[in-house]
Every structure is written in C-alpha cells, then in structure tokens.
Ligand binder design. Sequence first.
Ligand code: HAM
Length: 433
Amino acid sequence: MPTFQAPRGTRDLLPADRVLWARAEASLRDLAARYGYREIETPLFEASAVFERGVGAVTDIVEKELFRVSPSRGEEREPWALRPEATAGIVRAYIEHGLHTQPQPVRLSLYGAMFRYDRPQAGRYRQFYQWDIEAIGDAGPAIDAEIIELGSRFYRSLGLAMVEARLNTIGDPVCRPGYLKALTAYYQTRIGEFPDLARTRLVSNPLRLLDSKDPAMVEINRHAPSMWDHLCDPCAEHFAAVRVHLDALGIPYRLSPEIVRGLDYYTRTTFEFVRPGAEGQQDALGGGGRYDGLVELLGGKPTPAIGFALGMDRIVHAMQEATAEGGAASADAAVPIAVIVGADPDDTVTRLRIATDLRATGLAVRADLARRKLGRQLEAAVRDGARYAVIVGDELPDGLVQLRDLGAASQKPVAVSALAALLRRKASAAGPG
Ligand code: HAM
C-alpha cells in the first residue's frame, strides 16, 4: 500500500496544535468586532488577472508563486489562481457588489488560507493563514494609525509584546517616479558590486532592492538616496500626520526606509510587524499599507484604502516559543469537565443519556462509549484531562452516581438530577484554564 503525506509546504494542524490557533482566532474576531471590521469571505480562487493586475505582474507573488488552477473539465476556459493574498479579491468584491454606496470607509475583516507556491522553509508555507483587515474609502491619515494600533494590540493580546511596528512611506505616483530615477542613477554607480539577482531587479523593480538582505546590497543601500527626501508635499504631510496620530496613541514604531513591501499596489504608508531576533523568514509577522490606486486599477472609481495582513502561522509559532519560555499555557476548550464512565461496560445507553442531558445544559462532558472495563475508562478520562469522572454503576440506588475527583482520587455519591448544577459550580470555581 502506498503511504500518503500532506503535500510539501502544507501542514496538518492536529488538535493539540489548534489550541493556540483557536486563542489567536478568538482574539482577532473580538478585535475585528470591537473596531467595527465586518467579516467578508471571498473565494479561495479568482481569475488570475485579479492578482496579476492587483498585486502586480512583476512581483515574486505573481511571477513565481501563483498557484495556477486549471479546471479538470474542458468547458471552463477562465485561467484561475488560488488566492496568494486577500486584498485584491476583497477589492474585486467591493467593486462587484457596489460597496462604495455604503457608508465609507467600508471596514472588512477576512481570516483564511492563502496559497503561494514558494520554496517551503521555516515560516514559509504553500498554504498559510492570514488575518486580513481592509478599510476602503478613507484617505487617512488617522485611519492609518488606527490600523497600525489595531495590529499592535492584536500581538499584545497574544502575549507578543516584543513585536515591533516598522513604518515607512513610499510616496505616490506624483513623487515616486522622481525618486526611482534618483535611486536607479545611484545604483548604476555601484552596479559592479551587485549580486546577480539584484541586476535583474534593477530593471524590473528597483524599489525592492531596498529591502534586500544580501550583505552586498545592505552596504550599498546604506548610502542610497532616501524616499523621504523626494516626497511631494501632500505625501510628506500625510506621513507626518500618521506619526502625529501614532504618537498621540502612544504606539511605539521604528522608522524604517527598507519597508517597501513586495506588492505593487502600495502608495504612501507602508508598515510591517517584526519579531526582532527571529530568523530569516520568520521575522515578518505581518505587514500592510495604503493602496490608494488599487480600486481604480481593478475597474472601480478612484478610492483610497489601507489594510494589513498578519501571518497567523508565524504568530502561532511565536506564541509557542513564548509559552515554552514560561508564558501562560492555553486552556483547551475541548477538554471535558467530566467523563461519564460505567461499571457495566455494555451499558452505553445510560452513559450516553447522562452525557447528552449534561451537554444540553451547556457543560462540556464526554461519555466513554467504548465497551471496556471501568479501570480503562477511568485511565482514558485522566488522559483526556478531565477533572471528574461520573461513575454509573449498579451498586448504588437508582438515581445516584459516584462523582470522582480524578485529581484527588476521592469520590462521593451524587443524585443524577443534581449533577448539572454541581459540575457547573465546579467549572466556574476553577475559572477558565
Ligand atoms: P504580505 O506581506 O505578502 O502582505 O503578507 C503578510 C504576512 O503574511 C507576512 O508578513 C507573513 O507573516 C505572512 N506570510 C506571507 N507569505 C507567507 C508564507 N508563504 N508562509 C507563511 N506566512 C506567510 C499581504 O499579503 C498584503 N495583502 C497585506 C495587505 C493587506 N496590504 C494591504 N492590505
């Protein structure tokens, strides 16, 4: 028989792994609701042109990493691609459904899987998960700060206070061309020192050379002209105002001219959330920026917008490391407070009935439904992490069961009718976790 494995670059998230994910997901849903971002879901695949136009044809994401999908039957000819990110699809939906007629900005939140056909390595998967936030229809600058504050709060809510916000501006179509000219002219003077890949980039996308991690480029970039010296007045004012708002909120950030981002749609504000000290690909835990030209580029009316996407795989990894370093472990919501076990291995009816009645009152309980000896049922209850076992047996008068405290290994008879109230008291006395 062949044995099968999950495809390269994908992962199974087993129940024990999912506990931290669930905590992060609960936090993002809570924050999205409190900040007024309403949930949107878009298809996992779109016409590839949505990404080619939106993200940009000469970006890594489109050139190298797009998962193109060909339909298995011939009648559909549309070239599709799995979504590598959420922004382009959300903007497509905003235009398609005329969301510009709703009060602006439209604040949207999407949590889900994204796909990039990248070389898999630590922190880089072919299927990964993002929390994506978009505010469409607000030119800022206050909302830029609100969004950066929201991202920062999310990391803090997960115990990741070390995450740093890095802020930059990459200007707009008025001032960026002049800057790119100056940057290219400077690079030409040092082309002899360029690594090979950088030579091709110099023609296709010189801005991306600024975030190169190649030591030769890092040295060259130290003396490169700065976008900040080439900003037009409106872009300079916008950048200054974003900072005023962030400062007023007390949000720490680092000014980082290398945050140029890997997608073409950005204008003005760009930012990333970085975990200092994390190796290579693991370090960017999220990023985003303003994309004032994208709605128009995809066929809508000119509409300013800004958003972010936070990489949940890397965030959960950082949470795992923080937990290993002594942070609070998370409670598994699926751990039952009690397991219903029975002295008669064959009487699964009574066990299932009692568990069903208790669950109907809102308690998390499990019935042991295996036809095995009581001792084995109790062992399994302990391994499940349950605090109590309810032992159904024939040696007690009708209507009574034994409530066994699995930690203290003591037990006492309790009326079945009193179980729900008793277990609820025990569950709330111990509190969550
Ligand atoms: P991005 O920087 O391409 O931005 O992705 C955001 C985050 O997703 C990254 O910082 C990283 O944490 C995570 N990520 C990206 N690729 C992978 C991968 N292969 N494996 C694991 N995690 C990954 C965007 O996607 C933009 N749409 C953000 C945005 C929203 N800008 C405006 N609105």
